[in-house]
Design a binder for this molecule. Sequence first.
Ligand code: NAD
Ligand code: UFG
Length: 336
Amino acid sequence: MKVLVTGGMGYIGSHTCVQMIEAGMEPIIIDNLCNAKDAVLDRIEALTGTKPQFYLGDIRDEAFLDGGFNQHDIKAVIHFAGLKAVGESVAKPLEYYDNNVNGTLVLARSMRKAGVKSIVFSSSATVYGDPEVVPITEDSPTGQTTNPYGRSKYMVEECLSDLFNAESDWSITLLRYFNPVGAHPSGTMGEDPQGIPNNLMPFIAQVAVGRRESLSVFGNDYPTPDGTGVRDYIHVMDLADGHIAALKAVGEKAGLHIYNLGTGKGSSVLEMVDAFGKACGAPIAYEMCPRRPGDIAECWASTDKAERELGWKATRSVAEMTADTWKWQSNNPHGY
Ligand code: NAD
Ligand code: UFG
């Protein structure tokens, strides 16, 4: 089965392509490489023995997308392409709405022309804002987002929901990721952020490998067991498998399908620091700092719906998340 994967050269997309090939699917990648390196393709080939077809281009280029759909008998689209840095989105809202919202509209239009009406969209737990109760279920309120990135994800969810309301033969799957971390267990593929990492795990990994002096822990006065923020970290390989489970279970069923992809378990910043220290064999240097504006205290997923309807459940532990990240970072200290 041929599946168009937008943003397939990026962190989550590349791991998903590996798992798709292992599952007998044929990913066709579109990526403009604004946040990825072309070396990724060779790594996918080294792991799977298959080099996926890759088209360099932008999802906002409708003629380019039309060409891709004309050349291949695409059955479904997994839509990862987008910009994802929260801080940058505050400084560059127009770029974020153009890439994430307009990009999705162009893609959906091109899909409709080609008669491809199955899309799996990379959404985020950020659409839930600051949750009133945890664990967060799929029918918890959404839309109270705190930055343009989060709003762009929420807007795309709304646009795709409206599309389904108007044209009920679409299969639209919104996957709300919690905190993806980790790397391929081979240590040959992983997250390769440009510049100073915004997210916890890549920052810790760069401290461990000696690229940064110490981690700033953003706040130790939250109402959590140790005072630091609690998140639902999910191994990127589990996340990748979640996409395949979603495609299989609901990708051919008309409907608006919404699932959390998380583990159902929260870990604090200090627990992650401690776990990483164990994985790399040395303590991670850190200092306590003020809270980061916009951060919430805690968030983790209810995983019941995905388990029940997709037959999918995250299985990899925090120890595996940190061990695999360390293998990737220590083998590739400067990324790809
Ligand atoms: P990433 O930046 O590694 O991957 C995104 C890929 O899309 C990159 O390879 C980039 O070059 C490409 N891209 C961006 N804009 C494009 C465009 N206009 N045309 C073509 N290609 C384009 O990010 P990721 O962590 O793999 O995230 C994938 C998706 O998952 C994103 O939509 C992101 O918002 C979403 N998501 C990520 C997280 C996370 O913490 N990583 C959490 C929730 C949701
Ligand atoms: N943190 C630190 N120091 C750092 C980085 C992070 O203490 O240098 C803390 C944060 O305060 C938070 C936790 O580590 O308590 C996790 O922070 P991340 O930046 O790794 O992740 P967030 O939960 O803030 O956000 C992530 C993605 C968003 C996405 C959201 C929900 O970055 O894009 O998960 O899916 F929307």
